[in-house]
Each structure stands twice: as structure tokens, then as C-alpha cells.
Write a protein that binds this ligand. Structure first.
Ligand SMILES: Nc1ncnc2c1ncn2[C@@H]1O[C@H](COP(=O)(O)OP(=O)(O)O)[C@@H](O)[C@H]1O
Ligand SMILES: [Mg+2]
Length: 224
């Protein structure tokens, strides 16, 4: 269980806080969805949860264990927005093993299997994959590290309708084994697979019921 308690982020250079005191709880094998417009603080929240930025105040816990940024770097996996832009391996195998040369072929196979890419040759170049396959590979790159919390920043951005649907199906399946936190400005496709949901606006997080959002099919901007 992930607990975020009164977390804030207010760099000295900014006149107002980027994240206002926020509280969030996410149970294992649940999919949490944070919906907010551009500039609302979604990526900043994920950077903090991935241990890449230090919160100004507040605390993070996994069960009773308080988490430092170092713990978070180890325990959390973040799939950046447009992750394919950050590929640097020459092959799928190199991409998966970057930073983890010790990982054996079983772990490589399992990670690819989980995202439905196990049939591809490990020697394929990441840039030769389709857009949807590249997103799946970026997920496998995090899953191979077996993260306690898997986070995705705008996972459906830039994908066409059919690729989005495939990716959403995959994310819905992954929550059987993993705990996911997804942030997006465009919740439409993702609402049906969300177990819990928040809106964020100007760094202020509010819990909402995903079923209510789905029933109303309201534009996310109208909700915040
Ligand atoms: N390190 C930083 N210093 C100053 N401002 C920042 C910093 N990081 C993000 N911001 C600002 O914080 C706000 C939230 O940004 P971001 O988390 O990227 O929003 P989102 O992902 O929802 O689009 C934006 O106004 C952005 O310009
Ligand atoms: Mg962002």
C-alpha cells in the first residue's frame, strides 16, 4: 500500500507551490488515475514518486516504511511521456538490459511476454518497432526491474485509436500483477480500467469516483 501524506512541492524560484498539500493512497494491484490539464503538476508528482525530485514537505510510505528518494529510485518505475524518444539500446535486448547487464534470458523473456512482445527477435532495433510496440517495450524496460509501483506519464499520447485501445487493454491486464499510477490530461480511454481516480488542477489533488466520471463522460477540464 502506497501512502502519500501532505506532500508539497514548492521550488524557491516559483511564486506559488507546484503541488499543494496532497494525500493519496493506492492499494497493491490497483490502477490509480490522475487526470488534469497541462501544467497542473502531473509530471512533477511522478518525478517525486520516482525519486527524481525531492518534495518540499510531506512523506511517502510503503506500508509502514517511510520512503526516501533513494528508496523510490530503486522501487518505482517511471515510463516517461513519449518514452520511445529516450531509447538508447541498439536492439530490444540491449534496451532491456541497459543498466542491468546481469539480468538473465528468463527475466528478459518474462518482461517481453508480459507486454506481448515475446515473439519479436531480441536483435530487432527499438526504432524499427511500430508506435504501439515501442510503448510496450518502454513498459517492459520498467517491468524487468520488478517495480513496486509502475508509473506512466500520458501513456496514450500520440497513439492512434487502435494502438490506444491495445495499450489500454494491456494496462488493464497488468494490474493483476502490478500496482499502477497513471497521469493523463485525456482520461477517456483509461477511465474504464481505473480503480481509483483523482483530478489535479494547479497542483491541487481531489479524489473522484471513476464510475461517476465515466457515467457523466465529462471532459476532464470541466471536472477540475
Ligand atoms: N523545477 C521546476 N521549477 C519551476 N517550475 C517548474 C518546475 N517543474 C515544473 N514546473 C512548473 O510546474 C507546473 C507543473 O508542471 P508539470 O508537472 O510538468 O505539469 P503537467 O505534467 O501536468 O503538464 C508548470 O507550471 C511547470 O512550468
Ligand atoms: Mg506532464
Amino acid at each position: 500500500m502506497l501512502y502519500i501524506r501532505n506532500l508539497t512541492y514548492h521550488p524557491p524560484a516559483t511564486p506559488t507551490p507546484i503541488l499543494k498539500p496532497l494525500n493519496l493512497e493506492l492499494a497493491p494491484q490497483q490502477l490509480g488515475l490522475v487526470i488534469g490539464p497541462s501544467g497542473s503538476g502531473k509530471t512533477t508528482l511522478l518525478e517525486i514518486l520516482a525519486g527524481l525530485a525531492q518534495p518540499t514537505s510531506g512523506s511517502l510510505f510503503w506500508r509502514e516504511q517511510e520512503l526516501t528518494p533513494e528508496h523510490l529510485q530503486q522501487l518505482a518505475g517511471l515510463v516517461f511521456q513519449f518514452p520511445e524518444r529516450h531509447f538508447c539500446g541498439g536492439t530490444i535486448l540491449e534496451e532491456l538490459r541497459l543498466g542491468h547487464p546481469e539480468l538473465g534470458s528468463q527475466r528478459v523473456y518474462e518482461a517481453l511476454e508480459e507486454v506481448g512482445l515475446a515473439d519479436l527477435s531480441l536483435q530487432t532495433g527499438p526504432h524499427a518497432l511500430s508506435g504501439g510496440q515501442q510503448r510496450r517495450l518502454a513498459l517492459a524496460v520498467q517491468l524487468i526491474r520488478q517495480p513496486m509501483l509502475l508509473m506512466l506519464d500520458e501513456p496514450t499520447a500520440g497513439l492512434d485509436w487502435s494502438m490506444r485501445r491495445q495499450l489500454v487493454n494491456l494496462l488493464g491486464k497488468l494490474k493483476a500483477d502490478w500496482t499502477l499510477l497513471i497521469v493523463t490530461h485525456d482520461a477517456g480511454d483509461l477511465l474504464p480500467i481505473a480503480d481509483c481516480c483523482w483530478t489535479i488542477n494547479h497542483g491541487e489533488l481531489k479524489a473522484v469516483n471513476p464510475a461517476t466520471l465515466q457515467a457523466k463522460a465529462v471532459e476532464p477540464q470541466a471536472l477540475v
